[in-house]
Design a protein around this ligand. Structure first.
Ligand code: ZN
Length: 369
């Protein structure tokens, strides 16, 4: 028994390490914290997220789907894009009359026969399908107000705080279970397996203890999934399968539970709540730039109106945090005398001879004399 477990142990550690990685799809952004505090924002790709039992990764939807009063502008993940900015010609416009009873599927919303919008979760798909159906049913004159209300709901920081606080003590119990599992699996188990001087009954007692802790973690996670997300969230099966098929993944139960906690909120509101203030300002500077540029691109089918409503929502968020748009986008202090322009998004300084930022691809702004 000891020999078999000693051979298997490195493979279990490898399984754990694989489970520490998170894949962020194009239609989402993710806030990652290795220590449960001090989040950072990551976008498309594979990232290290769950090295410890108290690590968290919180996903938010970041779809290229913009509702206007007449229909939706949609760009699929596979479309060719020119980078950071939103150009209306890269989007497909679908009038509400052509959206045929939008129905939520597993991580997607089917709009009509030829359009299926990929979503970051089934929860998100349900919300999107309900909203599109609701907007299509609403009179044209009232749609602008409806879209404004949806944005307000998505950017409600107070609601985010409320949800977070209501879950805190529940997550606290789970954190204790996962931390005990982590200590027993990574510290005590290798000692009991590889230190042959220790009597066998110690290993047996430890295995029994790990078994009990695992059973408690699995059942408590199952209970919390129902309590936090409701019966029909579509999350129970994938999460439970993950931690049953790969038992070491139970150490990450907290990460599995927090991942979709705020998926229905605007990433900007989550950035305001989770990111350090300077990182949040960087995020907002980029968003404001993108929105202003998008506003001027077209006024067809409500494109400009959508971005103006979005800008108003972003300004509302800044007001709640006592921040001013003009301060965020103000010209930065020059650190090199030879610099004559800067990137309005990442604020990198450039010497004469450059027109575009090499990181962001946007047109540089000349320093005012
Ligand atoms: Zn830049």
């Amino acid at each position: 028994m000891r020999e078999i477990l000693a051979t298997l142990y490195p493979y279990l550690v490898l399984l754990y390490l694989i489970d520490c990685l998170v894949y962020v799809d194009k239609q989402q952004v993710c806030f990652i914290s290795l220590l449960g505090k001090g989040f950072r924002l990551v976008t498309k790709g594979i990232h290290l997220s769950g090295l410890f039992p108290f690590s968290q990764s919180i996903a938010a939807g970041n779809l290229n789907l913009h509702p206007s009063e007449s229909g939706i502008y949609y760009r699929s993940n596979d479309s060719e894009t020119r980078g950071l900015l939103n150009y209306p010609e890269e989007f497909r416009f679908i009038p509400y009359a052509y959206i045929d009873n939008p129905s939520p599927g597993e991580n997607k919303v089917i709009l009509n026969k030829d359009v299926a919008v990929k979503t970051p979760s089934s929860l998100f798909a349900k919300k999107l399908a309900d909203r599109l159906a609701g907007t299509a049913r609403t009179e044209f004159a009232e749609r602008r107000e409806l879209i404004r209300n949806f944005m307000k709901e998505d950017a409600d920081i107070e609601r985010i705080k409320e949800i977070h606080h209501s879950c805190k003590h529940r997550f606290g119990y789970l954190e204790i279970l996962c931390t005990l599992l982590f200590i027993e699996f990574f510290i005590l188990l290798p000692i009991a397996l590889y230190c042959l001087l220790l009597p066998k009954f110690i290993l047996n007692a430890l295995l029994a203890n790990i078994g009990v802790l695992y059973a408690c973690t699995v059942s408590y996670t199952y209970y919390l999934l129902g309590k936090i997300y409701g019966k029909n969230s579509g999350l129970k099966t994938p999460v439970m399968l993950s931690i049953i098929l790969s038992p070491v993944a139970a150490i990450h139960a907290l990460g599995y539970l927090t991942k979709d906690l705020f998926t229905l909120f605007d990433p900007a509101a989550l950035a305001a709540y989770l990111l350090p203030i300077e990182k949040f300002k960087d995020y907002m500077r980029r968003e404001i730039y993108r929105i202003h540029r998008a506003c001027g691109e077209s006024d067809e089918f409500g494109w400009a109106e959508f971005w103006q409503i979005k800008l108003a929502s972003i300004r509302g968020l800044l007001d709640r945090l006592d921040l001013k748009e003009e301060n965020l986008t103000a010209q930065p202090e020059k650190t090199e005398d030879s610099a004559d322009s800067y990137c309005p998004v990442c604020r990198t300084e450039y010497r004469p001879g450059f027109s575009f930022c090499s990181d962001c691809g946007v047109l540089l702004t000349a320093y005012a004399q």
